[in-house]
Design a protein around this ligand. Structure first.
Ligand code: SF4
Length: 229
């Protein structure tokens, strides 16, 4: 376990450095027990993937596949694997959709999305992260109120590891400038009125000013649970 003093010192150290410096430090410190999760939905994960490859860093890339993602998301994962020449580990839930329907009843996402996210996202991530000491994610402060206080480095009690958010302080504009400058591939749904993309049944078009309004429409839910707790 890392102390809050150590993490605070590191947060100060990396505050004014580019994300690549933090990614390089993370690799030197945690390899091979370091994983980057990429949803192949939002642009931030693609920026991190590009930075990792461009910086010549070696880390495991994990794609959590709920079996309910958009075709565009699966296509981007395949394209990225080919373009960047790195193996992407695809992790799926223990239950197939048919098994989940038998156990929980059909259309669980429409009745109890928290339970559905728990089975199809949170539990697979928890099981995956048992093998790692540090986890890199693309979440940013400007994405939602629930993410407004994330730090570059945090101790994550749920997974018992250091969570690293190299783009915590980046703006949407910085992300898109990087994407266009480096010609990073991204999910085409982002250009088709879907500023925040998750599973097919739980994602609707939304305005750019309130991107997460298109997620779990009709429920108070705003997070799948991967980045809470
Ligand atoms: Fe289930 Fe929807 Fe959560 Fe996907 S986003 S795991 S379909 S509730």
């Amino acid at each position: 376990m890392w102390s809050s003093e150590e993490l605070e010192r590191l947060n100060e150290h990396f505050q004014n450095q580019p994300p690549e410096a933090l990614l390089t430090w993370a690799t030197q410190t945690f390899h091979p027990r370091l994983a980057l999760t990429c949803s192949f939905s939002g642009p931030s994960g693609m920026v991190l993937l590009d930075m990792v490859v461009r910086s010549g860093l070696d880390m495991t890339v994990i794609f959590l596949d709920t079996d309910l993602l958009f075709p565009e998301t699966y296509e981007l994962a395949a394209l990225a694997e080919q373009r960047y020449g790195i193996p992407i580990q695809r992790r799926r839930p223990a239950l197939s959709l048919e098994e989940q329907d038998r156990q929980e009843g059909p259309h669980l996402y429409a009745r109890d999305p928290d339970r559905c996210c728990h089975l199809r996202k949170v539990t697979p991530l928890t099981e995956t992260l048992r093998d790692y000491d540090a986890w890199i994610s693309g979440i940013r402060r400007d994405q939602s109120n629930t993410r407004a206080t994330v730090h570059l480095l945090e101790w994550n009690t749920r997974h018992n590891l250091v969570k690293i958010n190299p783009l915590a302080f980046w703006s949407d504009r910085q992300v898109w400038t990087y994407i266009h400058t480096h010609r990073v591939p991204y999910n085409p749904l982002l250009d088709q009125g879907y500023p925040s993309i998750g599973c097919t049944p739980c994602t609707r078009p939304a305005s750019a000013s309130n991107p997460r309004a298109g997620r779990w429409v009709g429920f108070a839910k705003t997070e799948c649970g991967l980045h809470t707790g």
